[in-house]
Design a protein around this ligand. Structure first.
Ligand SMILES: C[S@@+](CC[C@H](N)C(=O)[O-])C[C@H]1O[C@@H](n2cnc3c(N)ncnc32)[C@H](O)[C@@H]1O
Length: 206
């Protein structure tokens, strides 16, 4: 299978961080360095999604936790938006190694760090102003998608950007879960193709 022979939804179903790790490690072997959001279909799709993530609210001097950061391709976008601190985490250590090398020189004004994680994070207190999860739940079962949504929202003090394609969870089911977390949210369906980009806000978010 080549990288561009993207797996059918039914062929790959991720139901745990362990399954995600093995799947995305294989993706790395097939196409090292290619933005993991490239599954979006094009570089342009990736850039549009990264740009959309930075529109959730005021990022100036904020902290951002990027869960499922891949090679850290979001970094130049959040740096441009003025963040003070960025932490990218991923279950695949090869991604973290390349991301750390690639983004070690973004200037003194921003603190950029990367960490390999088990993917079973369960924060009880917010760990960053904004949490970003772009495609992190892709290929996941509905339960996996919803558990990441829940964890990401709890980890944010201001809000969460969450994107997942509508082939993995229907919009109605996604919104039902979102409404249980917060009445303050916005859904974008025009970022690219089948992607559903959600902004979820805490009380002190925008
Ligand atoms: C489709 S890629 C998107 C990468 C990046 N966010 C982007 O848009 O370019 C999904 C990423 O999420 C990571 N991932 C999946 N489940 C995870 C979890 N539970 N915790 C941390 N990372 C996870 C994968 O290893 C992969 O790098």
């Amino acid at each position: 299978m080549s990288y561009l022979d993207l797996p059918e939804k039914d062929a790959v179903v991720l139901n745990s961080a362990e399954a995600a790790k093995s799947f995305y490690r294989q993706q790395h072997r097939m196409a090292p360095g290619v933005p993991r959001g490239f599954a979006a279909g094009s570089y342009q799709g990736c850039w549009r999604r990264y740009y959309a993530a930075c529109q959730i609210g005021d990022m100036k001097d904020a902290s951002v936790l990027d869960v499922g950061c891949g090679y850290g391709d979001l970094v130049p976008f959040v740096v441009g938006a003025g963040v003070r601190r960025y932490l990218g985490v991923d279950v695949v250590d090869e991604y973290i190694k390349i991301a750390s090398e690639r983004w070690s020189n973004v200037g003194d004004r921003v603190d950029v760090q990367f960490n390999c994680v088990t993917g079973t994070m369960d924060p009880v207190i917010p760990v960053a102003d904004w949490v970003v999860m772009l495609g992190t739940a892709g290929y996941g079962t509905v339960e996996y998608v919803l558990s990441l949504l829940d964890t990401g929202f709890r980890a944010a003090s201001k809000g969460l950007v969450f994107s997942v394609c509508n082939e993995f969870i229907e919009t109605s089911e996604l919104l039902k879960a979102v409404r249980k977390l917060t009445p303050k949210f916005r859904l974008l369906t025009d970022v690219w193709g089948p992607d559903q980009v959600l902004y979820l806000y805490k009380d002190n978010g925008c």
